[in-house]
Design a protein around this ligand. Sequence first.
Ligand SMILES: C[S@@+](CC[C@H](N)C(=O)[O-])C[C@H]1O[C@@H](n2cnc3c(N)ncnc32)[C@H](O)[C@@H]1O
Length: 337
Amino acid sequence: MTAPDTDLAAGLAAALDDVLDPVPAGRLAPVVDRLIRDYRSGTVPSSPILRTADDAAAYAAYRMPATYAAVVDVLERVAGRVDDPATQVDLGGGTGAAVWAAAQVWPSLRQATVLEAAAPARALGRRLAEAAPVPAVRAARWEAAVFGTGTTLPETDLVTACYLLGELPEPVREALTGAAARAARMVVVVEPGTPAGYARVLAARSQLLAAGMRIAAPCPHDGACPVTGDDWCHFAARVPRSSRHRALKAGTLGHEDEKFSYVVAVREHPDRAPGRIVRHPGSRKGLVTLRVCSADGGLRDTPVPRSRKELFRAARDAAWGDPWPPGETGPAPASPG
Ligand SMILES: C[S@@+](CC[C@H](N)C(=O)[O-])C[C@H]1O[C@@H](n2cnc3c(N)ncnc32)[C@H](O)[C@@H]1O
């Protein structure tokens, strides 16, 4: 997998500046407040959340850099371990963050199709995409679609469903996950890193496994998730905040941490990480402790003392979400059935 030579985060920031700078922040701020309330309500919306051009602009301003960063983080976890996709179908793609993310991680991407119910989000997404520095984003198709229990999807290498499932009633969620498993070689689900988002990811994970897919990440196994009780499996991506973002969300920090839960499932045998660090590493003098989800389905606090020299250095550099131990591939998964 060759690293892309274009930094799409900068391209996306520039496209957002061009489109959003002329819109007065005072006009978007109350819309952002309303969107935050709607997304935090935890209920399936009875009517579309993004209804107007200002709704879409506010969403792009305060959410798109974060959803882009989360999806890039997720896709980077499997890049080089799965076949590079050439085609993508992005479900509930909004203003297109997951298409920008897939193009960032996979220069192999040739054709992306965004299926999205909200016309203002499609219009803004198309406008932003026209300014993208890579052809796959500029050439993305934007199609009107309202998902229901009868939705079918076209065959594709990659289906992305990012921050979507929470907006769908459970029967539609299930039908769409089933349709994704039938249509795609790889299915990526990303949800907010909350207990509710994790529960939706876990349900999608079970369904993708039942449909014959294998888990490529974050889990190093296809077994039951060992994260139980009051805990939930989630990760974080650091997002630089623009001055517009700081003004809209009344914040002062130069960054925020976007918390997310995710699952990536594939048709082929995945080349899995041997284990996954599922918490911020704990560190005190001469000892790093990593909470690792392992290939055998166990969850263990793994102490790495200074005496382990190279491993200790690796543990000091390791981050939440990274594979562990470093430089190893997980055991080849057994054949299904
Ligand atoms: C929170 S946004 C996520 C947008 C984008 N995936 C991202 O990560 O930034 C959810 C999107 O799903 C769309 N959506 C919700 N229900 C839908 C449905 N039944 N059919 C199609 N799109 C839907 C909404 O219009 C919205 O654009």
